[in-house]
Design a protein around this ligand. Structure first.
Ligand code: SF4
Ligand code: SF4
Length: 281
């Protein structure tokens, strides 16, 4: 299990075990401010080009880069960190939400100047149901993030959209807003997602999924339909066997490759049971 599962989920998936979050954290003023400020500020963000920042860090001596990365990673893990999730787990997370708003993607805005790319979702947790909180807390949290001009969605609508994104090859990720609070879902693409960009520069802003994909050899026809969908370069082809294989070292467990396979030959297995992948995050 990932670090957050150990820290916040008592060894189970942290994002499905919100009952483990403490009342102290819920009552934390800094976190409230972070969530409430995030969306209203959203429209005015016009950050520097992130790739330039990563390139600068990349050019720095290894010891300095390591120092910068460690410092930043710690900060991200405290405030706003992600994890890849397959659609099955994502559906369970959506089910935990009391409010869902669809919002334009900040990465696509910063990187491509697009303000109409609505691939992200703000989530409000159902604090009463999940946490059994007292009224004083519920007043602040039940309504979820300030949604202002954004569209509110039902759980079914949100899940349908994610199924469509999956067909387009976008990877589902879940994000904290003051860890371990789940604040949002994104649908990422290597071409324009800042988190995926950071991964290319060896900087970790999200964990791999709690799964790793495997191909059932007997079921695979070698059609290669799944190959173009992997954004992590984990899918290979054995010329001798005329079958596809998945490299567990590279696989992030998003499960997107499954949507291309008519033979249902690709399955997700628990990462913690895979000898090569269990310690890779
Ligand atoms: S899509 Fe399925 S059958 Fe085709 S190569 Fe990939 S795993 Fe094999
Ligand atoms: S091989 Fe792994 S990382 Fe690549 S698409 Fe499939 S599940 Fe995702």
């Amino acid at each position: 299990m990932c670090q957050f599962c150990h820290q916040h989920g008592e060894g189970k998936k942290w994002y499905l075990n919100a009952e483990n979050y403490s009342e102290e954290l819920l009552n934390d003023l800094e976190r409230r401010r972070y969530i409430l400020d995030f969306l209203p500020k959203y429209g005015s963000w016009n950050g520097p080009k992130f790739e330039e920042e990563f390139q600068r860090a990349w050019k720095a001596p290894a010891w300095l880069r390591k120092f910068i990365y460690r410092f930043r990673e710690k900060r991200y893990q405290r405030d706003h960190f992600g994890q890849v999730v397959p659609i099955e787990d994502l559906a369970q997370v959506i089910n935990l939400a009391s409010s869902i708003v669809r919002i334009p993607c900040i990465c696509r805005k910063i990187n491509k100047g697009r303000t109409d790319a609505e691939y992200c979702f703000g989530l409000g947790l159902d604090a009463e149901k999940l946490l059994g909180l007292k009224e004083a807390f519920l007043e602040t949290f039940q309504r979820g993030p300030e949604d202002g001009p954004f569209d509110r969605l039902t759980k079914e609508e949100a899940l349908d959209l994610h199924r469509n994104f999956e067909k387009q090859g976008l990877i589902h990720t879940i994000w904290t807003f003051k860890t371990p609070f789940i604040g949002g879902l994104c649908n990422c693409d290597r071409a324009d997602c800042i988190a995926m960009l950071s991964y290319r520069y060896d900087f970790r802003s999200f964990f791999r999924a709690e799964f790793v994909a495997q191909v059932e050899n007997d079921a695979c026809t070698g059609c290669r339909e799944c190959h173009s969908l992997c954004q992590f370069g984990a899918i290979g082809f054995s010329v001798m066997d005329q079958k596809t294989f998945i490299d567990p070292i590279r696989c992030y467990g998003c499960g997107i490759c499954r949507s291309a396979c008519e033979m249902d030959a690709i399955h997700l297995a628990p990462r913690n049971e895979h000898p090569l992948a269990q310690n890779l995050w």
